[in-house]
Write a protein that binds this ligand. Structure first.
Ligand code: CUA
Length: 325
């Protein structure tokens, strides 16, 4: 499987989702106001420097000074106060609109759990569990289909940030945060953890696949299937036996087998994902084998241990993983 073409723009100024669009408008307004203040202040300084510079015979004397002008003081107090009030009101309004948005009955509900260093993604009402690649439906002008996220952490503080979809929201241990996205365009949007969370913080990448509702429904249907417990291929079957006999099963789940661990990503539909190691490498046979052989080679400090398998066991195990579609 090759990497799905992902959108490479990750700018907050190219929003494709309702909350991101509101925030981008606010950011633009703040930038324009700040730029106007800068131009006026810098312009006055430049004007004064030129206009009141000392001329040839004037060394050591000052131009006439103005003391205690009530009008000037009132003006330079009132104007900044008005600007600050405008900024406060505009910001409060956007924060309220984003945070207090009511959840429509047809909204998709997702629980995202931040972990060192990957994202656990659960759809409690749909019975789907995946990792690192969040699928959501696209809204159109007639039907809104937002996705409401419940954010939790299993270890330290993380932050969920997909710049084109919404502002960042932290995932804090023992606290539940909420946010929502509502993309209006199909596509794969990139994001990443935005709160330093340890050595592999920079490789805690995130993909959001926004797809038309029919395609999202097909994805859900496919993700709800249990894994094929008896692969036809004999090497894959040998790999399955290795997998089910080793410590793999205490950290990973493969639905329909004895593997029910939750410490690592759910592997039931591993091959439906474009990347491994939370976006650190494309999900190909070659990279998958390198990952299982020693995760540290691809992601130094990864919490998954190398299982000390020999070459034959590795090939068999990877053949088994390739059946997890
Ligand atoms: Cu998780 Cu930074």
């Amino acid at each position: 499987m090759t990497l799905q073409a992902a959108d490479t723009v990750s700018s907050i100024f190219a929003p494709v989702s309702t909350p991101a669009a509101k925030e981008a408008d606010l950011a633009k307004m703040v930038l324009v106001l700040s730029a106007a203040v800068f131009v006026v202040v810098a312009g006055l300084i430049a004007y004064s420097v030129v206009r009141f510079r000392a001329s040839a015979g004037e060394q050591g004397t000052e131009p006439p000074q103005v003391y205690g002008s009530a009008q000037v003081e009132a003006a330079w107090t009132a104007v900044p106060v008005i600007i600050v009030i405008v900024l406060v009101l505009a910001t409060a309004r956007v924060i309220h609109e984003v945070q207090a948005a009511a959840q429509p009955p047809n909204a998709v509900e997702v629980t995202v759990v931040g972990r060192q260093w990957w994202w656990e993604i659960r759809y409690p009402k749909l019975g789907v569990v995946t990792a690192n690649e969040l699928h959501v439906p696209v809204s159109d002008s007639s039907v809104r289909r937002p996705t409401f996220l419940t954010l939790e952490s299993a270890d330290v503080a993380h932050s969920f940030w997909v710049p084109r979809l919404a502002g960042k929201t932290d995932l804090i241990p023992n606290k539940t945060n909420r946010m929502w996205v509502e993309p209006h365009e199909a596509g794969t949007f990139l994001g990443q953890c935005a709160e330093y969370c340890g050595t592999q913080h920079a490789h805690m990448l995130l993909r959001v696949v926004a797809e038309p509702p029919e395609q999202f429904a097909r994805w859900v249907e496919q993700q709800r299937q249990k894994a094929d417990t008896a692969p036809a291929d004999s090497t894959a079957a040998a790999g399955a036996r290795t997998f089910l006999r080793t410590a793999c099963i205490s950290c990973h789940t493969v639905a329909g087998t004895v593997a029910t661990g939750r410490y690592g990503p759910d592997l039931t539909h591993l091959m439906s994902r474009a990347t491994i190691g939370a976006g650190v490498a494309p999900n190909t046979r070659d990279r998958l084998r390198a990952w299982v052989r020693n995760p540290d080679d691809l992601k130094r400090g990864a919490l998954m241990p190398a299982m000390q398998l020999d070459d034959e066991q590795l090939d068999q195990l990877v053949n088994y993983l390739l059946t997890l579609r």
